[in-house]
Design a binder for this molecule. Structure first.
Ligand code: NAP
Ligand code: ZN
Ligand code: ZN
Length: 347
């Protein structure tokens, strides 16, 4: 086994702290890479606190992982030692179901293997994420990273990037569309960048008036403070699409009223509590309520290549891993500009 070190939560009520653990030896199809940077996703916080479901502890979070290859198995064709590499939310899937065959591994009908808080396909070996120094992943679940971009700022593309890119592509959001991005955090700020790049008119819908200037810098055309009734009135029946990235309970009915006839509200944010939807919010105007989960491996590579070509990265605050708990506290208050990324050299 390979000795690894990282930060883990030992239970849902304890803070992250240093922890030594083991990773599997590099198999014939595995790539091992040194983790240089790992983004901090709100899903990390949801999971270490058991907000979604009872987690697997000790838990090493982190699924926005980038680094440099240190070892490859004998059959590995796609990577060599020294290459840049990345891994997102998935490290394996059944590879046989319709979704896997279509490159939509995130919807694997037999349950994809998450990068952490999950079990390998043997059903008993826990997976550990990117708040650590090294990782071993099957080459099919390792992504190529362009050397032309700032590596730390690429890390968040592996989750925040693909989670917003994928639905915008699926619903063909672009020129002539009015897109509302609900919540300006890690996912939200990437949604603004992609929405603008795809040619949509982008409006940020935010609870934080102080983010207006940043939103405009990110390329947003409009900014609406959702706690200001007058401003909200100005965008009634306005949007073709709303991409909802909010991490906490919020009234979706209110936002459905901002959609045009035939508009679509797409949930990517994953609050722990269910939402109450009034049928009238949907039937008046034939509206759709939809959702989207991360992205499959082919589309994640496509997104990374698109970002390299268009010079798109995340806006980040680089942190020392010792400050992870303080960063979670800031994230919970909506105070992230716009993604924390751990500099793994501080481990
Ligand atoms: P984040 O950086 O904390 O951003 C969330 C934003 O939501 C905040 O910045 C804030 O924006 C807004 N917000 C927070 N509480 C709110 C409230 N009570 N009412 C209205 N708005 C509120 O989080 P993130 O990393 O972007 O993740 C967002 C959500 O997506 C999380 O639930 C995460 O688990 C989920 N997620 C889902 C997927 C997927 O596959 N679908 C993938 C990754 C993450 P303003 O200050 O602008 O209001
Ligand atoms: Zn994530
Ligand atoms: Zn499958």
């Amino acid at each position: 086994m390979i000795e690894a070190k990282g930060y883990a939560a030992q239970s849902p009520t304890t803070d992250l702290a240093p922890w030594a653990f083991e990773r599997r030896e590099v198999g014939p199809h595995d790539v091992q890479f040194e983790i240089l940077f790992c983004g901090v996703c709100h899903s990390d916080l949801h999971q270490i606190r058991n907000e979604w479901f009872p987690g697997i502890f000790p838990m090493v979070p982190g699924h926005e992982i980038v680094g440099r290859v240190t070892n490859v198995g004998s059959h590995v064709k796609k990577f060599k030692v020294g290459d840049l590499a990345g891994t997102g939310c998935l490290v394996d899937s059944c590879r046989e179901c319709d979704s896997c065959k279509e490159g939509l591994e995130q919807y694997c009908e037999n349950g994809a293997v998450g990068t952490y808080n999950s079990y390998e396909k043997d059903g008993k070996t826990p997976t550990y994420g990117g708040y650590s120094n090294t990782i071993v992943v099957h080459e099919d679940f390792v992504l190529h990273i362009s050397p032309d971009l700032d590596l730390a700022a690429v890390a968040p593309l592996l989750c925040a990037g693909i989670t917003t890119y994928s639905p915008l592509k699926h619903w063909k959001v672009g020129k002539g569309h009015k897109l509302g991005v609900l919540g300006l955090g890690g996912l939200g700020h990437m949604a603004v960048k992609f929405g603008v790049a795809f040619g949509a008119e982008v409006t940020v819908l935010s609870t934080s008036p102080k983010k207006e200037e940043d939103a405009k810098k990110l390329g947003a055309h409009k900014f609406v403070v959702t706690t200001d009734e007058e401003q909200v009135k100005g965008v009634k029946r306005y949007f073709d699409f709303i991409l909802d990235t909010v991490s906490a309970e919020h009234d979706i009915n209110m936002y459905l009223s901002l959609l045009k006839r035939d508009g679509t509200h797409i949930c990517v944010g994953a609050p722990s509590e269910p939402s109450k939807i009034h049928a009238f919010s949907l039937l008046a105007g034939r509206k759709s309520l939809a959702g989207s989960g991360i992205g499959g491996l082919p589309e994640t590579q496509e997104m990374l290549d698109y970002c390299a070509e268009h010079n798109i990265v995340s806006d980040i605050e680089l942190i020392d891993i010792k400050d992870i708990t303080a960063s979670y506290e800031r994230m919970q208050k909506g105070d992230v500009r716009y993604r924390f990324v751990i500099d793994m050299a501080t481990l």
